[in-house]
Design a protein around this ligand. Structure first.
Ligand SMILES: NC(=O)c1ccc[n+]([C@@H]2O[C@H](COP(=O)([O-])OP(=O)(O)OC[C@H]3O[C@@H](n4cnc5c(N)ncnc54)[C@H](O)[C@@H]3O)[C@@H](O)[C@H]2O)c1
Length: 247
């Protein structure tokens, strides 16, 4: 097992990619802190499945965009588990619209959850990692943060912001034994992408050299690698997992 004894906090893990990541981390021996702003029942069910397979963990419900809630939740996780070794900033939302119809609220909401949430979690969790002199931070960006996408200016700006934030944090935290990397998934089959209209999905598929969408398992495998000992010399990187959509 590649993550034995490690404590991992994964935001937005009640469903989708985050849920698959906590399941994979637990299967690799990590103690997992599942967290989300909604769907506590889903998180509890996922945890029950992990415990049923001999794993360990806890649920911490909080909004990644609220500094007070993030601070309290991180303190609780450290108090209960003793440490945090791995942080995956996975919580994210979309509010798609072409610029002319994009409201200020929809711009702010997307930046708040995706980018500010990543900043807040990194700020509060890195304190613990710096004291430990070790840690792994994995930020969920997106292929659209690298190549842009019509109708997603708010989301692609937030995801591109995560790339800049990741590189700056990698520089700040390298001497403290903490690595910081970003994963940039392409089109992954989850509830977030199932909500897209059929014609948009078809247009994406035509641009993907591998001619298929990815799965949450594909992304979780990469997260396990970045969290593992094998990736100890990897920091400040943006790793695409997109079937060749963007190279
Ligand atoms: N699915 C894809 O194709 C794809 C592609 C590129 C990047 N991503 C990114 O991967 C991550 C996971 O995506 P997914 O497809 O699993 O999405 P999802 O919508 O299935 O899951 C996201 C989770 O984040 C939670 N969340 C939303 N706002 C939150 C907040 N303020 N605080 C805490 N939790 C919050 C949601 O409740 C949800 O459980 C996101 O950051 C997304 O932007 C997804």
């Amino acid at each position: 097992m590649r993550l034995s004894g490690k404590v991992a906090l994964v935001t937005g893990s009640a469903r989708g990619i985050g849920k698959t990541i906590v399941e994979r981390f637990a299967a690799e021996g990590a103690v997992v802190a599942l967290s989300d702003v909604a769907n506590e029942a889903g998180a509890a069910e996922t945890l029950a499945g992990i415990v049923g397979r001999g794993g360990k963990g806890m649920v911490a419900m909080f909004d990644v965009g609220d500094a007070g809630q993030v601070d309290a939740a991180v303190q609780r996780i450290v108090a209960e588990q003793g440490r945090i070794d791995i942080l995956v900033n996975n919580a994210g939302i979309t509010r798609d619209s072409l610029l002319m119809r994009l409201s200020e609220d929809d711009f702010d909401a997307v930046v708040r959850t995706n980018l500010k949430g990543t900043f807040l979690l990194t700020k509060f969790v890195s304190r613990t990692m710096i004291k430990q002199r070790s840690g792994r931070i994995i930020n969920m960006s997106s292929v659209v943060g690298q190549m842009g996408n019509a109708g997603q200016s708010n989301y692609s700006a937030a995801k591109a912001g995560i790339i800049g934030f990741t590189k700056s944090m990698a520089r700040e935290l390298a001497s403290r034994g903490v690595t910081v990397n970003a994963i940039a998934p392409g089109f992954i089959m989850t509830a977030m992408t199932e909500a897209l209209p059929e014609n948009v999905r078809k247009a994406f598929l035509e641009q993907i050299p591998m001619a298929r969408f990815g799965s949450p398992e594909d992304v979780a495998d990469l997260a396990v690698y970045l969290a593992s000992e094998g990736a100890s010399y990897v920091t400040g990187q943006v790793i695409g997992i997109n079937g060749g959509l963007y190279m």
